[in-house]
Design a protein around this ligand. Structure first.
Ligand code: HEM
Length: 150
């Protein structure tokens, strides 16, 4: 069961961050203030209600799958996970709430854009870390071959 839940939760979480990121960039460049507010609302609800449990499930099942495994790829995944979780809880979550409140009130001031840039940077960091963990996971399960050093 863990073997099924882990990749499904991991893919769901990674796709959530990717969709939040690309829709944010797209709407900032091409959308009106109303569409920015709409995207911010959707990221909060249902977005975070999907992302937060998906990340928790990914971490929980990942650690359960790692019992008795000592491969360096497992260690690398274990080391990344606290950064992914803390980045989400301390930067992405408060930023999403702040930006939604501001956008809903029509307040697109300097503070909004500073937090928006911070959120995009934190999102890019998490996407990178999750992408690396996905690659290592696929190597661990044997679906992706290790590249031999030349
Ligand atoms: C956001 C973070 C993570 C992502 C995106 C991710 C993604 C994946 C993926 C895609 C697989 C391959 C599954 C398959 O081919 O069926 C996998 C396997 C695995 N993951 Fe993760 N994972 C994450 C976090 C973790 C964590 C924190 C751990 C534990 C430290 C972990 C431990 C494992 C293990 C041991 C496997 C191999 C399972 C097997 O033997 O088939 N993962 N992961």
């Amino acid at each position: 069961m863990k073997r099924i839940i882990h990749p499904v939760a991991a893919l769901t979480a990674t796709l959530c961050i990717a969709v939040f990121f690309t829709s944010t960039v797209f709407v900032e460049f091409f959308g009106s203030h109303e569409s920015v507010a709409m995207i911010k609302g959707l990221i909060l609800r249902p977005g975070l209600f999907i992302l937060v449990p998906a990340i928790a499930l990914t971490g929980g099942t990942g650690f359960a799958l790692s019992k008795n495994r000592k491969a360096h790829l497992v260690k690398a995944k274990m080391r990344r996970m606290p950064f992914i979780a803390l980045n989400g809880l301390l930067i992405l979550l408060p930023s999403a709430i702040f930006l939604e409140h501001r956008a809903a009130a029509g307040l697109f001031d300097g503070g909004f854009y500073v937090v928006q840039v911070l959120e995009l940077l934190a999102g890019a960091v998490n996407l990178t870390l999750m992408g690396l963990s996905m690659r290592d996971g696929l190597r661990l399960s044997g679906r992706l071959r290790h590249q031999k050093a030349v």
